[in-house]
Design a protein around this ligand. Structure first.
Ligand code: ZN
Length: 70
């Protein structure tokens, strides 16, 4: 299982919507019209996905690099 996108601290967060515990889940994210699947902390109750700002910025930079390489 690829856990590189989840730091242990991320799973200590609670869902901002319903207060449920976040669990790692494969999530499809769309960015600049391209879809990619990554593992992110997700609320199993309501489906809210927690994307921290640093993770989002790092992941988006990574995706931009992938797109540039094509
Ligand atoms: Zn929730």
């Amino acid at each position: 299982m690829n856990m590189e996108n989840i730091r242990p601290g991320d799973l200590e967060w609670r869902c901002q919507k319903c207060g449920g515990n976040l669990e790692p889940a494969m999530v499809t994210v769309e960015y600049l019209g391209n879809e990619f699947t990554t593992e992110l902390p997700r609320c199993p109750r309501c489906g809210l996905v927690m994307i921290s700002e640093s993770l989002a910025l790092g992941k988006m930079a990574e995706v931009e690099q992938i797109l540039e390489d094509k």
